[in-house]
Design a protein around this ligand. Structure first.
Ligand SMILES: Cc1ncc(COP(=O)(O)O)c(C=O)c1O
Length: 474
């Protein structure tokens, strides 16, 4: 196992109380006992793991010694440090799981501030209001078993009307409702990508999409944000799919200008490459920012993914794909195998919410939190590069020295979970970055900046740089 994979699996290992070597041994013990590190698995060498965790080598040696004394690992000159026991044929090592998913599996009561996953901290009052409105609708349902692999017709209709209003004429047959944007991306990856296929992505981009493409064995190739150079790369590499986040891009917050949208959408149609545009952050504009038209406005071939998770609340688990009807039919068949369809009450409530997307009045609060965090960072960490943005929920911050992975480890020891940039950029250029979100309450953002500042003061970049996950670039 490479050190960076070990780091990802160790998650928030250092957030508890006690000496670091005990915390490290505790987390490794749990991974071994749960079978996540199977018998025979090779653990990283002392020095490499110490570098990746930004701790001294003695911390790793002491943790390994503890586990060896318990009989959980073996250590031999030449064959390295391994989980004790005989490897069985069933014990295959799972593919590494991205920190963004691992973090959502961690307990929320360990005092660690900021979650790695950026999303609204509470459902806005409109969610309860929408549920109150559907109670009488639910009591009127009869003769309906409630299984809708395409999505409930009422919500498909509401989503279609939303796109029509955004300048993209859409019928309900062009809409598949999914359990969040992530399921939409997974279904699309499954339908469109076969092992070894090339997929063009922005560098950096949303790591959940990278994981969905990797799951299907894709070979990822990174282009600058906005898929700059798409046409030449598409002709050269014949990708199976291209993926872009045109509005309030995750993580950079950038917005693709109108002409570039048109050029990209038309180029994708010309070279016959399915272009997935991810609109999940598209409704996160700061006050006064116009809502740009989706890329689908410029070509029928563009596939659009959306969700209510960032604009309203992730707990709704409502997302969708807007695509030509034959693809929607294919995705619905795949989706039926996964879960036979989504929760109907949530979809009925979502139908009311979709029609209110432009009037929720959440933009002021989002901007206020952004301004608050940005002002604190400028004041307390003036050497950090924090670009201006006009919407979104994250800051893509360049550290003046060191790397995001080892700094994120240091921050964790100060009770702060931040996302290192390396996992977001398949070209490797994301290593000096961290992603900070500003969805938390202002008091939490203030405390987070205090912890960041202390962590930065104590941060000593490792002398030998820790290699990030290899980019599956060609
Ligand atoms: C760009 C982007 N796409 C998709 C998703 C997944 O959306 P959902 O939470 O609706 O599954 C996210 C979540 O962070 C995201 O940022």
């Amino acid at each position: 196992m490479r050190p960076i994979e070990a780091v990802e699996r160790l998650g928030r290992w250092s957030s508890g109380r006690g000496p670091l070597y005990v915390l490290l041994a505790t987390r490794l013990r749990r991974l071994i006992d749960d079978g996540e590190l199977p018998p025979g698995a090779l653990l990283p060498a002392d020095r490499a793991l110490a570098g990746a965790l930004a701790v001294g080598r003695t911390t790793v040696v002491a943790a390994y010694d503890l586990l060896r004394a318990e009989g959980r690992i073996t250590r031999h000159q030449g064959s390295g440090t391994r989980v004790a026991g005989t490897p069985t044929s069933a014990a295959t090592e799972d593919a590494p799981v991205d920190p963004i998913f691992l973090d959502s599996l961690e307990s929320r009561d360990d005092g660690v501030l900021l979650a790695i996953c950026a999303a609204p901290g509470d459902p806005p009052p409109q969610v309860a209001e929408a549920y109150a409105r559907i109670v009488p609708e639910l009591s009127r349902i009869s003769g309906d078993i409630g299984y809708y692999p395409y999505g409930h017709p009422v919500l498909r209709e509401a989503i279609a009307a939303r796109y029509t209003g955004l300048g993209v004429p859409t019928a309900p047959e062009h809409v598949l409702v999914t359990n969040g944007g992530q399921q939409a991306l997974s279904l699309l990856a499954h339908a469109l990508v076969s092992p070894g296929d090339r997929v063009l992505v922005e560098a950096p981009t949303y790591p959940g999409a990278l994981e969905a493409f990797r799951e299907e064995g894709a070979v990822l190739r990174g282009l600058p944000v906005g898929l700059e150079g798409f046409e030449a790369a598409a002709r050269d590499l014949r990708p199976a799919v291209a993926y872009v986040i045109p509005t309030y891009q995750n993580p950079t917050g950038s917005v693709l200008p109108r002409l570039a949208r048109e050029r990209l959408a038309r180029a994708a149609a010309a070279v016959d490459v399915p272009l997935i545009e991810d609109e999940v952050p598209a409704d996160l504009g700061f006050p006064g920012e116009p809502r740009p038209a989706p890329l689908a406005a410029y070509s029928d071939a563009v596939i659009t993914v959306g969700s209510l998770s960032k604009s309203i609340w992730g707990g709704l688990r409502i997302g969708w794909v807007r695509a030509p009807a034959p693809l929607v039919n294919r995705l619905a068949r795949l989706r039926a195998v996964h879960d036979l369809g989504g929760n109907v009450p949530a979809q009925l409530a979502a139908a009311h919410l979709v029609s209110q997307l432009d009037d929720l009045g959440l933009a002021e609060e989002l901007k206020a939190r952004h301004d608050h965090l940005r002002a604190l960072l400028t004041q307390h960490l003036p050497t950090w590069e924090v670009p201006q943005i006009t919407g979104g929920q994250c800051l893509w911050v360049r550290l003046p020295h060191g790397d995001g992975n080892s700094f994120a480890q240091t921050a964790l020891r100060h009770g702060l979970a931040i996302l290192p940039g390396s996992g977001l950029d398949v070209t490797g250029a994301g290593d000096p970055y961290v992603r900070l979100h500003f969805r938390a309450r202002p008091t939490e953002l203030t405390e987070a900046t205090t912890r960041l500042t202390t962590a930065w003061r104590t941060y000593h970049p490792p002398t030998n740089r820790v290699p990030s996950r290899p980019a599956l670039a060609i």
